[in-house]
Write a protein that binds this ligand. Structure first.
Ligand SMILES: NC(=O)c1ccc[n+]([C@@H]2O[C@H](COP(=O)([O-])OP(=O)(O)OC[C@H]3O[C@@H](n4cnc5c(N)ncnc54)[C@H](OP(=O)(O)O)[C@@H]3O)[C@@H](O)[C@H]2O)c1
Length: 233
């Protein structure tokens, strides 16, 4: 059974994905800051299936030591889903400098750091899959979200460039660009958005599993997914 790292597993899309992986019997290294929510997730599955790693991805120093300790425990990972993300909808100048840097670090810097940690093992084993959760805002602009949009555009470039570098080593890189998802993102409440204009996180998690399930030589390099009723895509 494979072992995967899922970041942002305490709620939203990442929680649904980690739960669906664990239900298949996979081992999931579930990362987020909220240790209580991760424990709840772990307790809901057979012992050892979900390994909770409480880590603040905004803290570049802590991230490396936390992940290396988790990896030492499982040996190697088959895949990494870089799902954790933050974004506040407000004018650029209303963001503090600390908020701007945190937005870049959580959405992009941490993705590169985690990839840097797991990639050598994948290349050595000539197998592995990195799935990056981007956004439709990785392909288009939006006023009042400049830092988030910049980070997601960066993630688009990173994913496609890295794929061209590592596919010769048997490693896949996939980018998933969703439109609006019915989660807590940006201060919303999961379950409060209409299905006509927001994606169900469980449905999206299942789609991501289908990308992961593609046989050896097939890779999905980018997938764009929207609710039909979303106006701006
Ligand atoms: N919701 C949307 O409409 C939408 C649309 C397009 C793309 N996306 C993308 O989809 C992905 C999942 O978002 P979501 O909708 O599921 O959001 P969410 O419900 O807000 O969940 C975000 C997850 O990221 C984790 N996270 C945030 N900051 C973190 C930090 N500093 N360190 C560690 N973990 C951190 C959170 O855990 P803790 O708070 O416990 O740390 C949480 O588990 C994100 O990459 C987002 O950009 C979302």
């Amino acid at each position: 059974m494979p072992t995967w790292i899922v970041t942002g597993a305490s709620r939203g899309l990442g929680r649904h994905l980690a739960a669906q992986m664990a239900a298949r019997g996979w081992t999931v290294i579930a990362c987020a800051r909220d240790a209580g929510a991760l424990k709840q997730l772990a307790d809901a599955h057979p012992s050892g299936r979900i390994r909770a790693v409480a880590v603040d991805l905004a803290n570049a120093g802590d991230l490396r030591s936390a992940l290396i300790a988790a990896l030492a425990d499982v040996g190697f990972v088959d895949g990494l889903v870089n799902n954790a993300g933050i974004g506040a909808y407000k004018p650029f100048l209303d963001h503090s400098e600390a908020e701007l840097l945190q937005t870049l670090q959580v959405n992009l810097g941490a993705v590169m750091q985690l990839t840097h940690i797991v990639l050598p093992g994948m290349i050595e084993r000539r197998a592995g899959h990195i799935v990056n959760i981007g956004s439709d805002l990785g392909r288009r602009p939006l006023a009042n979200m400049a830092a988030y949009v910049a980070a997601k555009h960066g993630l688009t470039g990173f994913s496609h460039s890295l794929l061209r570098e590592v596919k010769q080593h048997g490693v896949k890189v996939s980018l998933v660009n969703p439109g609006i998802i019915d989660t807590d993102f940006g201060g919303a409440t999961e379950g409060s958005k209409d299905e006509a204009w927001s994606l169900r996180p469980a449905v999206l998690a299942n789609l991501i599993l289908q990308i992961i399930d593609q046989p050896g030589a097939t890779t999905v390099d980018e997938l764009s997914v929207h609710p039909l009723g979303q106006g701006d895509f």
